[in-house]
Ligand binder design. Structure first.
Ligand code: HXC
Length: 259
């Protein structure tokens, strides 16, 4: 399958998706959303694929935001009637299998929000994160005010949204926005290596581990703990649980059935 605005390739069990509008610093327009939605759906549906990496083409940007040129003439009624930005939830966030954002250069506005939709972010040392929408007379619309606040806390999220200032990679790591920083030149290789590690895990367990951590983001502690216990109990019914524990006892690697 070929796409207009992204590149997709499979490297063994890892799907690599690259935003490919470098001339617009990978700005996110409706076609990018349609392409990403199709690519993530195909990834989710393909049993040979077990982890994905999303990155940006070019060294300058992961994505410099929602496409301002697409939004400039739209009126409030258009945004409302199209339920603009809602597709990111159904097309990208709803992905059930794990995926990593590999960010170098600018991740601004919708670009920062897209990176935060990933299960985690690995940053190149050139990464810069920001929610500069206020400078355009608007505010985040793809989850930034919520996910950034949950990730880095109120003080930093509020300062970034109110001033539009960018956070560099070191600050992003200190603040818990990214899992780690690597030299930009090694970013893709490191992200793919991490994805390969995840891809080697029992697939149902990786999907359920993802769901559990996301629940911590979305519910209170009592509900989260109950859901964790129930999901754990579901995993104990899989063949891969039997295999994983037996393999440990027999001192050999597990061989996964994926169920
Ligand atoms: C459309 C964009 C773009 C964007 C960059 N470009 N960002 N096009 N939408 N978000 C385009 C530029 O117009 C230019 O194309 C080309 O990419 C290179 O950008 P330059 O500005 O020339 O590069 P540079 O001077 O290096 O500056 C880089 C930058 C700047 C600091 C990242 O491009 C910038 O500030 N971009 C906008 C960042 C932003 O505000 N993001 C939030 C968007 S709003 P041409 O062809 O013109 O030369 C959002 C959610 C809004 O994400 C929700 C509200 C409803």
């Amino acid at each position: 399958m070929t796409y207009e605005t992204i590149l997709v390739e499979q490297r063994d069990a890892v799907t690599l998706i690259t935003l490919n509008r470098p001339q617009a610093l990978n700005a996110l327009n409706s076609q990018v959303l349609a392409d990403l939605s199709a690519a993530f759906a195909a990834y989710d549906a393909d049993p040979t694929q077990r982890c994905a990496v999303l990155t940006g083409s070019g060294e300058k940007a992961f994505a410099a935001g929602a496409d301002i040129k697409e939004m400039v003439e739209k009126e409030a009624a258009d945004f409302f009637l199209e339920d603009f930005f809602s597709g990111w939830q159904t097309g990208v966030v709803a992905t059930r299998k794990p995926w990593i954002a590999a960010v170098q250069g600018f991740a601004l506005g919708g670009g920062c929000e897209l990176a935060m939709m990933a299960d985690f972010i690995i940053a190149g040392d050139t990464a810069k994160f920001g929610q500069p929408e206020i400078k355009l007379g608007v505010a985040p619309g793809m989850g930034g005010s919520q996910r950034l606040t949950r990730a880095v806390g109120k003080a930093k999220a509020m300062e970034m949204c109110l001033t539009g200032r960018m956070m560099d990679a070191a600050e992003a790591e200190r603040s818990g926005l990214v899992s780690r920083i690597v030299p930009a030149a090694d970013l893709l290789e490191e992200a793919l290596k991490t994805a390969a590690t995840i891809a080697a895990m029992p697939p149902m367990a990786s999907m359920i581990n993802k769901e559990m951590v996301n629940i911590a983001f979305e519910t209170g502690l009592a509900q989260g703990l109950l859901t964790e216990r129930r999901l754990f109990q579901i995993l104990t019914a899989t063949q891969d649980k039997k295999e994983g524990m037996t393999a440990f006892v027999e001192k050999r690697p597990g061989v996964w059935k994926g169920r």
